[in-house]
Design a binder for this molecule. Structure first.
Ligand code: ARG
Ligand code: ZN
Length: 886
């Protein structure tokens, strides 16, 4: 028996290139896995039915299996033990130099789930076994061809102590179970669908189910099960309802039915990401599945609904049709995010859904595009694929699919989607395969459109309008330019769909006539050159253009509107999204004036136009309270920073803070009136009207409290004490804890911690509220919280709640001039590099965003990065830091 123990030393990180793709040398038809679960020494026996791949160019290529941190116990070919000279074991591979053309390979390995802090492969979370295999975690379970284009049928036998691990789950259907000696039991699962190993899952633990069923439109009954720790059984209803809604929606909207007899979701507390779409056995971060109105906010409810739907939709966009290689990640993620956004829009307010997605995209994704880690929706190289589960691949990827759907129209898009699922069912394919389906059904040439997948960066579109009173024409000139990104200096013009209309100065939509053709009152201009002009005819007076409606393309569009124009569009634009955006641009322009004044040492004075515009919004009975709450959000500091080439952290914070206080003071009676109007003593309900009321009321409360009026603080305290739901309780707590005077806030925080000490998800919120406190004591509080008994560096949710929230949402405190914020983050990154490289590599990102900062802060940030660089880095961090410090 050969014994080879992998050591921990990292390989010299290698870059993988899209252009080097080769089909696998071998195919795996059938996999039989056998697990003997023990926390620190799990035995995994694997039988692989292998066969040479005729599509591989070299018919004599060796078999190279991936494997990491595996203790190899034995290797057999067709039942015969191999001599040590017949194979090689290295750090990351098991190689058979001259294998037969078709054979069965048996390996036995030992792994250590209890010490798996990276949370990839098989690990323990709160004493339960669980797995995370995407992207390359399966190689930490057994030797395998760990790549998405190798699809196999899996049979999984799991054996474990019955008392400690009464529930044993894997993909597919349970086919057999039984009792064994010494208090052990076993279960066998069979998954009839061939799948790549990244979709493999296993769970073993003391979990409890909430059960239901769903009948598909063709009449098949599917068992639905959500497995959680006992104390969370009351938090599963919402996920279950969301799952059924998603199943129905995918049948109605995409004609896609579920294909197994059982669909399971398992909640785990320690999880690197949100959730995972393993075939028939989704594993979720508990924060994305558990929801009860007493302990979770409306926002959390929304997140649960959309993540449950997202993972469910993957069953077709990802599982039935999967990715050829990891460069194609957006093929499944961009499409699935698009699908979950469509689903959410159908459940709620489409305009508000769109607003919230766009707000995320054009702060965080645009910032990524402008950073050293900028990459195309389909990257062309990577060192560590986990670094590419990004806003660009997910959110911009979804925008690209959305543009495609707008270009070909929904009915044609649906035909293209049907063709894609039918043609490629059971295959691992590429972005081209998807786009070609759309080209085929629409008859459009989408060659130029494909550039969206390969070109990084945010395109800038400059729009100019000229009205000719004599000719009665309005000419719109559009110029596009994409700034260079690392490794991509020269950019090509993209095909950019600009949805637009013209509005008369009396507030009416105008008919659009271009070159003698009539387009109704709304059209989509196709900008496909560096510069293009469009002339509209028969316009009696100068119109106002309403551009990029619904955010029809992920670009930065500028047009020289006056503030009066923006206030006008805020009232009259027929497009809900553009009304909101006009309000944002108006606030932004006003804030930029304050920022300039602050920089020049002048007194700050808020333009009364903004106050009056808001006053009008607040008066009377709001038509759409949910939308009103969106209109009352001032642009975030991150979004304001996006507008500048050189970012003045302090001036931005001071100006925004001043604007908030000034608006709150000037409009105090209006905010107070609406606060009372939308405060009711009815018990909590999930119903849309109530949800909107909570959101608007709490928005008003946050303005009232920034005035420091005793009455406002009292309202917040009262709401905090009387709330029957977490949305209201948390909103009030945030108001109190973020008030300058920390007395009432600290008292409320203590009471809250006493009430919720036993609920880890609520404690995450408790941490986040404190670290986002906008006052100078924030950093000291973060330091203290890192020592709090409820905090743990081993739990990704806690790391995000404390360090992630501080660096991401408390900008001016994170960017303290003394560099203390940077040092704090660097220390945490150094610690996490040793235990959880994936989380370390995400947490470090704020330190890489120094390009637009002043030299002093730039220096401090680079110092922090250089200190991290001294460590023995995981490939994850190595890749990010090397890109940041070039
Ligand atoms: N495919 C999962 C999703 O639904 C994400 C899992 C990624 N996990 C990872 N460790 N990179 O989006
Ligand atoms: Zn996904």
């Amino acid at each position: 028996m050969n014994q080879a123990v992998s050591t921990q030393a990292p390989l010299a990180p290698q870059t993988v290139h899209l252009k080097d793709y080769q089909p696998p040398a071998f195919l795996i038809n059938q996999v039989e896995l056998n697990f003997k679960l023990e926390p620190s020494a799990t035995l995994v026996t694997s039988l692989l039915h292998l066969q040479r791949n005729p599509a591989h160019p070299d018919g004599r290529a060796p078999l190279v299996l991936d494997g990491q941190q595996l203790k190899l116990l034995s290797v057999e070919v067709d039942g015969q033990p191999l001599a040590a000279s017949d194979y090689q074991v290295t750090e990351n591979h098991l190689t058979l130099p001259q294998p037969p053309a078709e054979f069965v390979l048996q390996t036995q390995v030992e792994i250590d789930p209890a010490n798996n802090t990276a949370l990839e492969g098989l690990y323990l979370s709160s004493g339960n076994f669980c797995t995370q295999c995407e992207a390359e975690g399966f190689r930490r379970i057994t030797y395998y061809l760990d790549r998405p284009d190798v699809l196999a049928r899996f049979t999984t036998r799991i054996e474990a102590d019955k008392e400690a691990f009464p529930v044993l789950l894997s993909n597919g259907n349970p086919t057999e179970k039984g009792e064994l000696d010494k208090g052990k039991h076993y279960v066998i699962w069979e998954d009839p669908f061939p799948k790549p190993c990244y979709l493999f899952a296993l769970v073993g633990g003391d979990l409890h189910p909430v059960k239901d069923s769903y009948t598909t439109s063709s009449g098949r009954k599917v068992a639905l099960e959500i497995w959680v720790e006992k104390e969370n059984l009351h938090k599963c209803d919402h996920a279950l309802e969301s799952l059924k809604k998603a199943m129905r929606w995918d049948e109605d909207t995409y004609g896609r039915e579920y294909d197994l007899d059982i669909y399971m979701i398992v909640a785990v507390n320690d999880f690197n990401m949100g959730a995972m779409e393993n075939k028939g056995l989704n594993i979720f971060n508990s924060a994305c599945v558990l929801a009860d109105p007493k302990s979770e906010t409306d926002m959390a409810f929304h997140r649960v609904e959309s993540v449950v739907a997202h993972e469910y939709f993957h069953n077709w966009s990802g599982n039935r049709v999967t990715c050829r290689d990891w460069f194609q990640l957006s093929l499944k993620e961009g499409f699935t995010v698009f699908r979950d956004q469509q689903f959410s829009a159908d459940q709620h307010s489409p305009a508000v859904e769109r607003i919230q997605h766009v707000a995320l995209l054009r702060t965080a994704q645009f910032a990524e595009d402008a950073s050293p880690t900028a990459h195309p929706v389909r990257p062309d190289s990577y060192i560590e694929i986990n670094n590419f589960y990004t806003l660009t691949v997910y959110e911009k990827g979804s925008e690209v699919v959305r543009m495609l759907s707008e270009l070909v129209g929904w009915d044609t898009f649906r035909k293209g989607s049907d063709l894609y699922f039918e043609r490629f069912d059971g295959q691992a394919v590429t972005v081209e395969d998807f786009v070609n389906c759309m080209a085929e059904v629409s008859g459009l040439n989408l060659d130029q459109f494909l550039i969206w997948y390969s070109q990084a960066g945010t395109p800038q579109v400059k729009a100019e309008g000229r009205y000719d009173a004599e000719q009665k024409t309005f000419t719109l000139t559009l110029k596009q330019e994409t700034p260079p990104t690392p490794g991509q200096k020269d950019k090509q013009p993209l095909l950019i769909p600009i949805k637009m209309g013209l509005v008369s100065r009396t507030g009416h939509p105008l008919p659009l006539e271009i070159d003698g053709e009539f387009h109704g009152t709304e059209t989509v201009l196709q900008l496909n050159k560096a510069e293009q002009s469009f002339t509209f005819h028969h316009l009696e007076s100068e119109p106002l253009p309403s551009l990029l409606r619904g955010f029809s393309a992920p670009v930065k569009l500028s047009y020289a509107y006056s503030k009066e124009d923006l206030a006008f569009l805020l009232q009259h634009d027929p497009d809900g999204f553009n009304r909101w955006d006009a309000g944002q641009q108006l606030a932004l322009t006003t804030l930029q004036e304050l920022i300039s004044a602050q920089q020049q040492g002048q007194d700050l004075e808020l333009d009364p136009l903004l106050i009056n515009t808001w006053k009008q919004l607040l008066e009377g009975q709001p038509e759409d309270p949910l939308m009103l709450a969106e209109l009352l959000q001032l642009p975030s500091e991150a979004y304001i920073a996006e507008q500048y080439e050189c970012v003045d952290i302090d001036a931005i914070h001071i100006a925004r803070d001043y604007a908030r206080k000034t608006l709150a003071t000037a409009l105090y009676p209006e905010f107070l009136r609406l606060y009372h109007l939308y405060t009711s003593d009815q018990p909590w309900s999930a119903e849309a009207q109530q949800l909107a009321a909570r959101r608007l009321k709490n928005t008003c409360l946050s303005f009232l409290v920034v005035t420091d009026a005793a009455e406002a603080l009292q309202l917040a305290e009262q709401q905090f004490q009387q709330a029957d739901n977490m949305t209201d309780q948390q909103a009030a707590l945030t108001c109190l804890a973020h008030a300058e005077n920390n007395q009432p806030g600290d008292a409320a925080l203590q009471a809250f911690a006493r009430q919720w000490a036993r609920d880890p998800l609520v404690m995450d919120t408790w941490f986040s509220i404190q670290v986002t406190r906008p006052h100078p004591d924030a950093l000291d509080r973060v330091k203290a919280l890192l020592e709090h008994p409820a905090f743990s560096m081993k739990n990704p949710n806690k790391v995000r709640a404390v360090l992630g929230a501080f660096a991401g949402q408390n900008r001016h405190n994170f960017h303290r001039r003394d560099g203390a914020g940077y040092q704090l983050l660097a220390n945490a990154v150094i610690e996490l590099n040793k235990t959880n490289p994936q989380i370390a590599s995400r947490l470090v990102l704020p330190l890489t965003r120094f390009q637009k900062l002043d030299d002093f802060r730039k220096g401090k940030m680079k110092e922090a990065l250089e200190r991290i660089q001294q460590e023995k880095l995981s490939p994850d961090l190595y890749e990010v830091i090397q890109k940041a410090l070039v």
